[in-house]
Design a binder for this molecule. Structure first.
Ligand code: GAL
Length: 943
């Protein structure tokens, strides 16, 4: 995901000044410390402690500001901790036999003095699963879905300058929302966004072009918020930028503005309309083949001063469903050639780098796919942006079927975040729900559909139904378009019973295929590549598409699935730990299903797949050969001799059975009687060497850019050896390995580290750049008996990404209590009665105490257990700001004195001592003079 705008652009009237908006968007992916396990909250017994624990800022245990996390290992986001766990038989099968559990993350943030007065928001893009978030010891969010983002206003609690802020997240990944691998932890990006108190709220601009009888227009809705102290009168300006002409922003295509009052601590919503202007008369349309994108720049100004600014992307396209003819994009018929996918990938679990997201979408383009159903949940922003860029229609799907407030908020968040994407063409409120055929289901969907339409009326609402289609009242009556999962034999009956409801296949196929395997073996948990095996509820790739392609009223379909995914192994279980439904395997390597769908879907170029390889053991053994072609005829040649020419079956593919003889098989595809494409599989020699192939020519040195590399074994002629299973070891410099895969659904090998075997000829290693280390990434792959492969990838210097400043762990002492002022000198060890909440006062450091009327003493104290290192070897206590003369005691023993009454800092030694201790400060107060702590108090170890 790119950073939000600090855009420099050129206008039609010459270059406009660089607009460095006051908004700062900073990644918060660094500085995290991680604990792999739960830390139960302490059981509180005393009344005073109970009273204090119930207060803001007083989170207990590992959520406390002063908790010792200094020994926790550092981690960077995105972090799917489950992907690091071993695959074990007693773990959950649906989640890929990986242990989940409860974990903790802590971070320490420092904001600049100049940030004081800004609006500061924490954005957590995705945490699996149940997350509890504390900021400076105060509970700030509970988020019970692993798929939606959380935006948290930190402004009221934040501290600035030398003061640091504690951020703690407890993640309960034992909670599951799905029946597939969901990963665990803070697995998407985290951000800190600093804005003017008067600002555009997150996801607060809706600017999606629509076309009506008068032509194109963009209704613009801008939601503003004001956390400042006074009401503000502002001007909101939205401009459509036409960035055609080789990607250069060439000018303002339309502009609109409005003024509004944003009252303090309130939202204001502005409605405007971008209309007129040549671009709007004749915009370049977004389509799956030409995904033309435009930008809307929205600014908030006050008396000519820029307060906030944001860029949203949009695309001009129309869509409609016809009950008889299916789907139309820009008034052109488009059969939906879609795939369902989950969000994980080999090696990285659900923490998928943007570079791998891009790779996956390019693979789907090559397949001829034009639509993706994001089953069954919201995806990352980066993935949604990439769908706009690559030209995929997206069926965006909600996770939980429930109109209760908490889940309605998740649904509305999804629509609000994703409604600008031209790719989104359907909002799906559920997948396969037992209540789908009931009146209760109908009532639930009515409400959810309404919640969607409150925010967007330009896309229909749908639901993926696997039953209940024919009951008197069911969800089909509450959606605009019906999605049918499987039940292909019910299509005609449904269409007949509901001639006014558009319908499509929201899910079909669920066929089994293991890459590089040509004989199904139930004992070995592998399925052959001839498309013979499918789940009882599903159909083969060929048959499922045939049912869709031969019915005009079915708008298209979504194959289950585009890629294999971790978890839900079917039909096999342990040690199978990932699915084999994919058209591609877990790494994105093509299976035979890839050629089948290419033959069915690709129209603009000849495709010709040939199955199987030609490395068999016994001469004469009969081998089944399959050709997948989008031409008119295909002819198979075995060692140069024709085995027969056949008319292409565009749905069921073409087959021959021929005796094996080493050499080659070749298939020729004919159109108009001429050979337009030839594919050849040769018998290879023994594997001799390894080969590494990059996905892209290089990487950017931002520490974030990543890409998959392919490793394979080759023979002496450089030919891919299809059955090689060698264990490969990698050595890398100038980059890092973030994951390993090979597409073997039965492998128990870790996906992390530096070793992974090939599976049927292929392996994948995902490499990432190191931050600030431009130059060359070097990677070497070795395997016993094979010549090593070396690959060099140029790593290009790039502007560093903007990160939020974080600091090492700090123990803050922030829960103090104060004795009543006394005229005579009190005993510094004096304590309050445990049930006395009022003669002693609990307080937080940072503000001076008001002056007293007469000279006297004020005793303040804190109980705490120093970090383990300090307990062991002693350390320091730092008073960052202390005003007034005082004596400091530890467990009743004087450890320091401040004789000067003026404000200043004080650092004192702390002795080694295990367990809890009491620190007290006895102020000698002079009448009329303020005193106390005007800064944080923290401890640190000596080292
Ligand atoms: C469907 C379901 C998918 C997946 C698939 C496997 O019923 O919607 O999530 O479980 O079956 O065939």
């Amino acid at each position: 995901m790119g950073l939000l705008p600090q855009t420099v652009f050129a206008g039609t009237n010459g270059p406009e000044a660089a607009v460095a908006g006051p908004r700062e968007t900073l990644l918060l992916n660094k500085g995290w410390r991680f604990f792999d396990g739960d830390i139960p909250f302490p059981i509180i017994v005393g009344h005073g402690a109970t009273y204090n624990a119930a207060k803001a800022g007083s989170a207990q245990g590992a959520a406390a500001t002063g908790y010792d996390d200094s020994e926790w290992p550092p981690v960077s986001l995105p972090h799917d901790f489950v992907s690091f766990q071993p695959i074990v038989e007693d773990a959950n099968v649906s989640q890929g036999y990986r242990k989940r559990g409860i974990v903790w993350y802590r971070n320490t943030l420092r904001f600049e003095k100049a940030d004081n007065g800004k609006h500061i928001e924490l954005q957590l893009d995705g945490i699996a699963t149940n997350a509890t978030v504390w900021f400076n010891g105060t509970l700030v969010a509970r988020n019970w879905s692993g798929y939606n983002s959380v935006y948290i206003d930190l402004t009221p609690y934040a501290t600035y300058g030398d003061l640091v802020n504690s951020l703690v997240i407890r993640v309960d990944a034992n909670a599951m929302e799905g029946w597939w691998y969901e990963g665990g932890g803070i697995y998407r990006d985290a951000w800190i966004v600093k804005r003017n108190p008067v600002h555009i709220v997150t996801d607060g601009v809706f600017a999606h072009p629509i076309k009506d009888d008068e032509g194109w227009k963009i209704p613009v809705e801008v939601t503003l918020n004001n956390t400042g102290l006074s009401d503000s009168q502002v001007t909101v300006i939205s401009r459509l930028w036409d960035k055609r002409a080789a990607g250069v922003l060439s000018g303002i295509a339309a502009e609109v503005q409005a003024t509004t009052k944003v009252s303090a601590l309130e939202n204001a919503v502005v409605h405007m309309e971008l209309a007129h202007g040549s671009t709007l008369t004749n915009p370049a349309l977004w389509s799956v083949d030409n995904p033309e994108l435009y930008e809307v720049h929205t600014r908030v100004e006050q008396d000519g001063k820029l307060l906030d600014e944001i860029t949203t992307t949009c695309g001009f396209r129309t869509q409609r469903f016809d009950v008889d003819k299916g789907f139309f994009l820009n008034d052109k018929h488009l059969k939906i050639q879609g795939v369902c996918i989950h969000q994980d990938h080999a090696g990285v679990g659900v923490a998928v780098p943007d570079g791998v997201i891009d790779f996956r979408l390019r693979r789907l383009k090559e397949l001829g796919c034009n639509a993706i159903r994001f089953s069954h949940n919201a995806q990352s922003r980066a993935l949604m942006d990439a769908c706009d860029r690559h030209g995929f229609l997206v069926m965006a799907e909600n996770r939980v079927f429930n109109p209760a407030l908490i889940h309605m908020a998740e649904l509305q968040w999804l629509v609000r975040r994703d409604r600008n994407h031209p790719s989104v063409y359907l909002w799906s409120v559920f997948n396969e729900e037992p209540m789908q055929g009931t009146e209760a289901g109908y009532q639930m969907v009515r409400r959810m559909s309404e919640a969607v339409k409150e925010l967007d009326t330009s896309r229909p609402v749908t639901a993926a139904m696997n039953d209940g289609l024919f009951t008197p009242l069911n969800v089909a009556h509450a959606v605009d378009v019906v999605g049918i999962n499987y039940q292909q034999d019910q299509y005609d009956a449904f269409h007949k019973a509901h001639p006014t409801i558009p319908v499509f296949s929201s899910e079909d196929t669920s066929a089994f295929m293991t890459r590089g395997v040509y004989k199904t073996d139930m004992d070995k948990h592998v399925s052959a590549s001839y498309d013979d095996d499918a789940a009882d509820w599903g159909a083969t790739h060929c048959k499922a598409w045939k049912a869709i392609a031969t019915r005009d009223y079915i708008a298209g379909g979504f194959v289950w699935t585009g890629f294999d995914y971790h978890g839900e192994p079917t039909p096999y279980i342990w040690p199978s730990n990932s699915s084999v439904f994919g058209i591609m395997d877990l790494c994105g390597f093509e299976k035979a299903a890839f050629w089948i769908h290419q033959a069915q879907w690709v129209k603009d170029r000849p495709v010709l797949g040939l199955v199987p390889h030609w490395n068999w053991e016994t001469a004469g053994q009969p081998v089944r050969v399959m050709a997948c072609s989008n031409q008119e005829e295909v002819e198979l040649f075995v060692n140069g001799k024709s085995a027969g020419r056949q008319k292409v079956d565009p749905y069921e593919m073409n087959f021959w059975t021929v005796p094996y003889a080493p050499g080659a098989i070749e298939v020729r595809g004919y159109t108009g009687g001429k050979v337009v494409r030839t594919t050849r599989n040769e018998t290879t020699g023994e594997p001799l060497a390894l080969r590494l192939t990059a996905d892209r020519a290089g990487l950017k040195a931002d520490g974030r850019d990543a890409q998959p590399l392919t490793v394979e074994a080759i023979d002496k002629k450089g030919r891919h050896v299809p059955l090689a299973q060698h264990m490969i070891t990698y050595e890398i410099s100038g980059g890092a390995i973030v994951g390993l895969g090979n597409g073997d659904a039965n492998s128990l090998e870790p996906e992390k580290g530096d070793k992974r075997s090939l599976y049927n000829g292929y392996g994948q290693v995902i490499v990432q750049s190191l931050e600030g280390q431009a130059g060359t990434l070097r990677i070497r792959a070795t395997a016993p008996g094979l010549k090593a492969a070396d690959l060099r990838l140029p790593v290009e210097a790039t502007a560093p990404l903007a990160y939020q400043v974080t600091t090492p762990s700090v123990q803050l002492l922030d829960s103090w209590f104060m004795a009543p002022m006394s005229v005579t000198r009190p005993d510094p060890g004096q304590k309050a009665a445990d049930n006395d909440m009022n003669s002693w006062q609990w307080f937080r450091p940072g503000t001076l105490n008001r002056p007293l009327d007469q000279d006297g003493y004020s005793l303040v104290a804190v109980r705490y257990a120093p970090f383990a290192k300090v307990q062991k070897a002693g350390g320091k206590v730092e008073f960052l700001g202390i005003t007034g003369a005082c004596e400091v005691y530890e467990n009743g023993k004087l450890i320091g004195t401040k004789t000067d009454a003026a404000p200043g800092a004080l650092t004192l030694d702390l002795p080694a001592l295990s367990g809890e201790r009491r620190l007290s400060v006895l102020f000698k107060v002079r009448a009329g003079e303020a005193y106390g702590f005007n800064g944080q108090i923290r401890t640190r170890s000596k080292t």
